[in-house]
Design a protein. Structure first.
Length: 126
């Protein structure tokens, strides 16, 4: 498999840097995701609402499921962005960190920390 322990770590570090570079390159499109998602969500919600107004017998199950889907999609997006930020901060080059800094404006107040998202810790807990 690996000849030496050092070879393994060199290869792992190379992959970590590559992931950080890819993450930094994808940040602008991830910033646009929410705007595109909310536009599509609103359009879909309007279609469901119109349908329910025509058929009063239908229940609100469709709206409840749509809201659950919205929450799940936003959580998955937030977790993806948080992982990318962590990867860039830990393994990114100066260029990757500059891209992160340039994209921080849309992350403020939107993206929670990795500990909050994955380890059920509250902000500030150690």
């Amino acid at each position: 498999m690996y000849e030496t322990y050092e070879e393994y770590h060199r290869e792992n570090a190379m992959y970590q840097r590559m992931w950080a570079e890819d993450a930094a390159s994808s940040l602008p499109s991830k910033g646009d995701y929410c705007e595109r998602f909310f536009k599509a969500y609103e359009e879909f919600r309007n279609v469901i609402t119109e349908y329910q107004m025509e058929n009063r017998e239908s229940d609100d199950d469709a709206i409840d499921k749509l809201i659950s889907l919205k929450k799940y999609a936003i959580l998955q997006w937030e977790m993806s962005v948080a992982l990318d930020v962590m990867q860039i901060e830990e393994h990114g080059s100066d260029r990757d960190k500059a891209k992160l800094k340039a994209n921080k404006y849309w992350m403020r107040g939107t993206i929670r920390s990795i500990d909050v998202l994955y380890n059920n810790k509250k902000n500030g807990d150690e």
